[in-house]
Design a protein around this ligand. Structure first.
Ligand SMILES: *[C@@H]1O[C@H](CO)[C@@H](O)[C@H](O)[C@H]1NC(C)=O
Ligand SMILES: *[C@@H]1O[C@H](CO)[C@@H](O)[C@H](O)[C@H]1NC(C)=O
Ligand SMILES: *[C@@H]1O[C@H](CO)[C@@H](O)[C@H](O)[C@H]1NC(C)=O
Ligand SMILES: *[C@@H]1O[C@H](CO)[C@@H](O)[C@H](O)[C@H]1NC(C)=O
Ligand SMILES: *[C@@H]1O[C@H](CO)[C@@H](O)[C@H](O)[C@H]1NC(C)=O
Ligand SMILES: *[C@@H]1O[C@H](CO)[C@@H](O)[C@H](O)[C@H]1NC(C)=O
Ligand SMILES: [Ca+2]
Ligand SMILES: [Ca+2]
Length: 375
C-alpha cells in the first residue's frame, strides 16, 4: 500500500511539473525561431566506460557546469543500468524514481533560449573564470584552470561511483580482495589496448597504496585508476616500469634503442608535434631525432633506458588531465579570440558563444562533436 501511494504521488508531481513547464513555454515559441535556428546544442547521450589508460580518446570537458551536471546524470543512469539492474530484481528497478529528464527532454531545455540563455550563462560564468588576475580578460591559464577543475570533479565523481561498486563491506576502503578488474578488461582479448596486463594487478594496486596499509582510500583509489594524475612517486615509478615491461622484447628489464624507437618514440613524438605532420617523414629521417632523445634520456650512458630514465617523458606517454584542459583552452581561444591578443574579453565570448558549447554543438552542415582537436 505504501509503495503504491508513493508512486502515485511521484507521478502526480511529475505531471504537474510537466504542465507547468509546458505552460511556461508556450507564449515564447514564436520568438525562438529567429535565433540561431540552424544551430542546436547537442548533449552527449552515450557514454563508454573505457580504460583510463586508453589516452588516445579523451572526452571533451564541458564548459558549463549545467551541461556537466546534465551529462553526469545521464552517464550515471547508463552506468547503473549496466552495473546494477542486471543483478537486482525488477521490483527494485521499478521503484526507481522517475526524473524530470524522463519527461522533459534535456536537449529541448538547453536549446530553449528563454530557459537556457547562452549569453546570460557567459555573463554569469565569466567572473568565475577571470580570477587570476581579475582584469576583464580570460587568459589561457585561467581557462585551463577552469577546465581542469571541471575535469577533476568529473573524474572524482566517477571514482566515487566505481569505489562504491568495489567497496563490498562499505568501509570506504578497497582491499585487493574486494577489487575486481573492470568488465571491459575481462571482455577484451589480451593486450587489445596495446598494453600488457600489468594494469589492475597486485603490483599496480600496491604502488597506489601510498601509505602501504593494504587498503586504498578514495585518494589512493583515484590514483590507481588515473596514475598519470597522481603525485604518488611509487605509482609514477610503477607506470614507468610498466612502460618498460610492455616494450622490452628481449626481456632484459631495460629498453635498448630498437625497443625505444619502435615502441615509444612514436608516442612521445606525436604529442610534441603540434602540426601532426610528421607522418610524412620516413623512418630513416626520424632515426636521428630518436637517437638524440635516447641519449638525452640515457642518463647513466649504458645504452639502455631503465624505468627511472623514462620519468622525463612519462607525462607525454600518459597525458594528465591538465594536458587535455590546456589543449581545450587553446582550441577555444584560437576560435574566439577575434582581435588576436591571445586572451578573451567578455565581448569576444558573447560574440562566439557556440565555441564554448562546441563540445555539444551540432549543426546541420558540420558535425562538430568529437572534433579532432579534442583528442
Ligand atoms: C552507444 O554506444 C554503444 C557502444 O559503445 C553502441 O553499441 C550503441 O549503438 C550506442 N548508442 C547510440 C544511441 O549511439
Ligand atoms: C538572453 O539574455 C540577453 C542578456 O540578458 C538578452 O539581451 C537576450 O534578449 C536574451 N535572449 C532571449 C531569447 O531571451
Ligand atoms: C588472457 O591471458 C590469460 C593468461 O595470461 C588467460 O588465462 C586468459 O584466458 C586470456 N584471456 C583471453 C580473453 O584471451
Ligand atoms: C602487495 O603488498 C602485500 C602486502 O601489503 C604483499 O603481501 C604482496 O606480496 C604485494 N604484492 C606484490 C605483487 O608486490
Ligand atoms: C588517503 O590516504 C592518504 C595517505 O596514503 C592521505 O594522504 C589522504 O589524505 C587520504 N585520503 C582520504 C580521502 O582520506
Ligand atoms: C607538412 O608536410 C608537408 C610535406 O612534407 C609540407 O609540404 C608542409 O609544408 C608541412 N606543413 C607544415 C605546417 O609543416
Ligand atoms: Ca584574467
Ligand atoms: Ca592506503
Amino acid at each position: 500500500m505504501v509503495k503504491v501511494s508513493s508512486v502515485a504521488i511521484i507521478y502526480t508531481a511529475v505531471a504537474l511539473l510537466l504542465l507547468f513547464l509546458i505552460s511556461q513555454n508556450r507564449p515564447t515559441n514564436n520568438s525562438q525561431n529567429h535565433h540561431h535556428h540552424h544551430r542546436r546544442l547537442k548533449l552527449r547521450s552515450n557514454f563508454t566506460f573505457k580504460a583510463p589508460q586508453d589516452h588516445l580518446r579523451h572526452d571533451p570537458i564541458p564548459f558549463d557546469p549545467i551541461i556537466a551536471s546534465i551529462e553526469r546524470r545521464r552517464e550515471d543512469k547508463q552506468w547503473e543500468k549496466q552495473h546494477y539492474f542486471k543483478e537486482e530484481s525488477e521490483a527494485a528497478a521499478a521503484q526507481q524514481q522517475p526524473e524530470w529528464e524522463d519527461f522533459i527532454d534535456a536537449e529541448d531545455y538547453v536549446n530553449d533560449e528563454d530557459r537556457f540563455n547562452v549569453t546570460e550563462r557567459l555573463l554569469l560564468l565569466f567572473p568565475k573564470i577571470d580570477v587570476d588576475p581579475v582584469d576583464g580578460y580570460v587568459t589561457e591559464s585561467e581557462l585551463t584552470d577552469w577546465n581542469l577543475r571541471t575535469a577533476e570533479r568529473e573524474v572524482m565523481h566517477r571514482t566515487e561511483r566505481d569505489m562504491d561498486s568495489h567497496d563490498k563491506n562499505r568501509d570506504g576502503l578497497v582491499s585487493f580482495k574486494e577489487y575486481e578488474p573492470p568488465s571491459w578488461l575481462l571482455n577484451s582479448d589480451n593486450g587489445s589496448f596495446g598494453y600488457d596486463m600489468g594494469w589492475w594487478k597486485e603490483e599496480h594496486f600496491n604502488a597506489s597504496d601510498a601509505d602501504g596499509d593494504g587498503y586504498l582510500n578514495k585518494t589512493e583509489f583515484n590514483d590507481f585508476l588515473h596514475p598519470a594524475d597522481s603525485s604518488n612517486p611509487k605509482l609514477i615509478k610503477w607506470l614507468c616500469r610498466e612502460e618498460v615491461r610492455e616494450r622490452d622484447t628481449d626481456k632484459d628489464g631495460k629498453l635498448n634503442f630498437k625497443e625505444f624507437f619502435h615502441g615509444l618514440f612514436d608516442l612521445v613524438r606525436t604529442y610534441d608535434d603540434e602540426d601532426h605532420n610528421s607522418s610524412h617523414h620516413s623512418n630513416a629521417a626520424m632515426e636521428r631525432p630518436a637517437q638524440t632523445m635516447f641519449s638525452q634520456l640515457d642518463k647513466d650512458g649504458d645504452g639502455l633506458l631503465s624505468d627511472v630514465e623514462l620519468l622525463p617523458i612519462i607525462g607525454k606517454l600518459h597525458p594528465s588531465e591538465r594536458y587535455y584542459a590546456k589543449q581545450q583552452a587553446d582550441y577555444i581561444i584560437s576560435q574566439a579570440d577575434t582581435n588576436k591578443d591571445g586572451r578573451l574579453s567578455l565581448a569576444e565570448m558573447i560574440e562566439n558563444p557556440y565555441v564554448f558549447y562546441s563540445a555539444i554543438f551540432t549543426d546541420e552542415d558540420e558535425y562538430e562533436y568529437g572534433h579532432d582537436e579534442f583528442r
